[in-house]
Design a protein around this ligand. Structure first.
Ligand code: ATP
Length: 264
């Protein structure tokens, strides 16, 4: 099911209004307002502990927001009943940190899981689709390997293949570069762009890696721990100069990682 293609209106892929997130009475982020366009590579950036993962968990429904609304393609996620929520959940895929693959299952079996759970496809169709998804991420020939038998970058790619299994309209990626060397990270970035360009998928990436941010993000929001919210928003190139907030400059103009590529 694709909400993006079913909807004739031009509502954004994601619309967040007055969102407040936190844990057991403790607010981490408040009054968040932003939207993500269809087909956009959108980054949630910021220093350690500012709430990037917390926001992601609220967007994908793993945590319930303390207040506010999240809409996907014009349809409320936060206010929807269980049935509608399940349908919305099928429209997005998530690549968790570390790939989050089941270690006792082969790559093919890992990618097959969402297909077995959410579709009525036959075993043969599922086998064909899993081969296709693994081929899309360059893992042909590794279908019967277990996660422990492949590298960190390959695990991320297998996780991405699983996130793509149901042809989602939106894919969320939590720190995809974590634990990868710079070359493997750039390859994963290329794959992210390839997914967007081939399928028009909207990609929401949590990251603090400058090379990725400047290399592939169309637009970013920068979160700050003290502000408990967004302190900068827009295309990453020139953002620090436009916003002129020292916290933004300190983060985006730091020199601990090479800046490669350029943002469109
Ligand atoms: N399960 C949890 N229960 C309580 N507090 C939490 C939980 N997870 C995160 N926090 C707190 O929420 C705040 C934001 O954490 P979060 O992990 O979202 O930040 P982050 O920007 O993703 O950090 P990092 O880049 O280091 O992963 C932190 O103060 C953290 O201690």
């Amino acid at each position: 099911m694709s909400l993006a293609t079913n909807h004739t209106d031009s509502s954004p892929a994601i619309e967040v209004t007055g969102l407040q997130c936190g844990y057991e009475g403790r607010t981490v982020l408040k009054d968040l307002n932003f939207s993500v366009k269809r087909g956009e590579v959108f980054f949630i950036i910021g220093g350690s502990g500012c709430g990037k993962s917390t926001l992601l968990r609220n967007l994908v429904g793993l945590n319930a927001p303390l207040a506010g609304e999240v809409k996907f393609f014009g349809q409320s996620f936060t206010a929807s009943d269980l049935g509608a929520r399940r349908n919305l959940l099928k429209t997005f895929g998530v690549l968790y940190q570390g790939g989050a693959l089941w270690s006792s299952l082969t790559l093919r079996q890992n990618v097959a899981l969402p297909l077995e759970e959410h579709t009525a496809l036959s075993k043969r169709e599922i086998a064909e689709l899993t081969s296709l998804k693994l081929a899309q991420v360059g893992l042909t020939g590794f279908e019967d390997y277990y996660p422990a038998e492949i590298s960190g970058g390959m695990k991320k790619r297998a996780g991405l293949a699983r996130a793509l299994a149901l042809d989602p309209d939106i894919v969320f990626l939590d720190e995809p570069s974590a634990g990868l060397d710079p070359i493997t990270s750039r390859k994963l970035d290329d794959l992210v762009l390839q997914v967007r360009d081939s399928f028009g998928t909207t990609l929401v990436v949590v990251s603090h890696e400058l090379a990725s941010i400047f290399g592939i993000a169309d637009r970013v929001i920068m979160l700050d721990r003290t502000a408990q919210g967004i302190i900068a928003e827009g295309p990453p190139n020139g953002l620090a100069e436009r916003v002129r907030d020292p916290r933004v400059g300190e983060f985006l103009l730091r020199r601990d990682q090479p800046r490669v590529g350029s943002n469109k």
